[in-house]
Design a binder for this molecule. Structure first.
Ligand code: C2E
Ligand code: CA
Ligand code: CA
Length: 531
């Protein structure tokens, strides 16, 4: 006769149930909805009574918890999971990580972690094959107790999943204070229309989890619509009836053989540079700084050439201009506005920031497009900094400046300079420019070809004094010219014999100034003195 057992019957039958294997485990796969591959499974307890049939956890677990028996059931589940994993490995079947539930009453037991650890060692199961799920409501019993257990589990390197996230009374605070490795977000707690308020909450949680660098698994996913929605907001891992109900050990073993599996991507390991998590707290100093003091800034993830923008501040919107909305930017493909050359340049800069851990500056052109203003091409100077990483994914913090106007000016200058160079080529003039701040000198093609000057001369004119282009008796005079140019003396000219052949050239300098009247560049030219 199949029927629900009473509290007394549960208690009376419990010993036998544990000893006779009436309590057993079913497995429910966790799937990457993007690839259809399995990433793990959850072990769920069942009690099959010989007379009354299948009993469900929602009925017997509260009874066992009330009578302080749950730890025995949980340990028996843990042992079954170890035995199953050992069986897989012995039969040459590659398993997936199995999550085992830990009751909040297990947390009160001082030795619980030691006991599961003993079992794991007894069956010789690698630590990455067993995850532990603790529920958010465990925190009700006191934060110190849970965080103590969490530390113990982490000491042994268990992956800890926060179960039933979203069900509790203070989810966000719990998340802030408990460094769990995975968040399980139960769709059933946030049911209703996912396009409405529930959807907004879910997407905020997923965003925040991204910030904390914690992968999210959506639980209780029953429909394709739910799974697609979760994927669209950045949560691709799902568990629920859509893919599979909990199945018996034998059925699960068949699934393991048939279905491909893959590991969960590791959480972002935030570098110390910045506590990105605090950016989600609207009252934190970090948010204040992000919005008000740092200029245009954007935070995005980057993985194998793919980028996804997580957050931009108000000044970013202003800097990029075009009356864009934050949502326009979050929804857009970050690469969409860049042509191949600019994208390559930008990705090179990202890679340099990855290698050096230093700020890398890069200027790129991109097309921006908004609903109100249409499209325009702008030049952006980016100050790129890596703030987090995993084996495959990187988190960047980038400050931006719109330098389109500045760029257009220098492009015009460059164009006139190019014309000048071309003219000098025709007119037998040797030309070059010296950046007075850096002392970098760039010669024209004729200097390179006829006078053996390298394409860039650093610390000008010292290398050319050393190689004899400027004879020693003119060296100090020429050094003095450089000082006078730096001080703003325009239109210097004179005859200088160049090279060992002491060929006389008429050398002239003109200056270019910045907006404050400070000399920036000196343009030199030399013509052969014809006797
Ligand atoms: P839970 O840890 O949140 O487990 C997920 C529950 O959701 C499971 O119920 C599962 O069968 C059910 N579920 C999965 N996908 C769907 C879906 O798409 N739609 C719906 N409506 N439900 C879905 P189950 O197996 O009845 O377990 C209920 C609860 O009992 C678990 O919730 C967990 O809190 C507890 N439990 C189960 N096994 C254990 C165990 O070994 N130890 C402890 N301490 N608690 C356990
Ligand atoms: Ca669970
Ligand atoms: Ca759950």
């Amino acid at each position: 006769m199949n029927r629900k057992m009473s509290e007394d019957e549960f208690l009376a039958c419990f010993d036998d149930a544990v000893n006779d294997g009436q309590i057993f485990v079913t497995y429910q796969p966790k799937i990457n909805h993007s690839t259809g591959r399995m990433i793990g499974a959850e072990a769920l307890m069942r009690w099959s009574h010989p007379e009354y049939g299948m009993q469900y956890p929602s009925d017997f677990i509260p009874v066992l918890e009330k009578h302080d028996l749950i730890y025995r059931a949980d340990l028996s589940v843990f042992r079954s999971v170890c035995r199953f994993l050992r069986r897989c490995m012995d039969e040459g079947i590659k398993p997936v990580p199995i999550s085992v539930n830990m009751s909040r009453y297990d947390i009160y037991r001082r030795n619980y972690v030691d006991e599961i650890e003993k079992l794991r060692c007894e069956y010789d199961i690698p630590i990455n094959y067993i995850h532990v799920e603790i529920t958010e409501t465990s925190a009700i019993g006191g934060m110190e107790l849970v965080s103590g257990v969490l530390d113990q589990l982490h000491e042994h390197r268990y992956t800890v999943e926060m179960d039933d996230f979203g069900s509790g009374y203070s989810s966000l605070n719990v998340l802030k204070d408990l460094a769990v490795d995975v968040i399980k977000l139960d769709m059933r707690f946030l049911s209703g229309n996912i396009g409405g308020r529930g959807g907004t909450i879910i997407s905020a949680i997923v965003q925040m989890a991204k910030w904390l660098g914690t992968p999210v698994i959506a639980e209780g996913v029953e429909t394709m619509e739910q799974a697609d929605y979760m994927k669209s907001i950045g949560c691709k891992y799902v568990q629920g009836y859509l893919y599979s109900k909990p199945v018996t050990e034998d059925e699960f073993l068949q699934k393991l053989k048939q279905v491909e599996h893959e590991p969960v991507e590791q959480a972002l390991d935030l570098l110390n540079a910045m506590d990105a998590g605090k950016f989600w707290d609207p009252s934190s100093m970090e948010t204040l700084i992000f919005n008000n003091f740092v200029g245009g800034a954007v935070i995005f993830t980057y993985q194998k050439g793919k980028a996804e923008i997580l957050k931009v501040n108000k000044k970013y919107l202003k800097e990029i201009g075009m009356n864009m909305l934050e949502q326009d930017i979050l929804d857009s493909d970050p690469w969409a506005g860049m042509d191949d050359d600019n994208r390559e340049k930008y990705e090179k800069a990202l890679n340099k920031a990855i290698v050096t851990h230093d700020e890398v500056v890069c200027e790129t052109w991109r097309e921006v497009c908004s609903k109100t203003c249409g499209a325009d091409r702008i030049c952006v100077r980016s100050f790129i900094r890596l703030i987090g990483k995993t084996e495959t994914q990187y988190l960047f913090y980038v400050m931006v400046q719109n330098i389109t106007a500045e760029k257009k000016r220098t492009d015009e200058l460059f164009e006139s300079e190019r014309r000048f160079r071309f003219a000098s080529e025709q007119a037998n003039i040797y030309a070059w420019e010296v950046d007075l701040a850096t002392r970098e000198m760039r010669p024209c093609f004729r200097c390179i070809r006829d006078l053996n000057v390298p394409p860039v001369v650093y610390n000008y004119p010292e290398p050319l004094i050393a190689n004899g282009l400027f004879p020693p008796d003119y060296a100090d005079m020429y050094r003095d010219w450089m000082k006078r140019l730096e001080q703003g003396e325009d239109n210097l000219e004179g005859i200088i014999p160049l090279t060992v052949g002491r060929i006389p050239f008429h050398v002239r300098y003109t200056l270019e100034y910045d907006e404050n009247g400070k000399p920036l560049k000196a343009y030199g030219s030399a013509t052969l003195v014809v006797k």
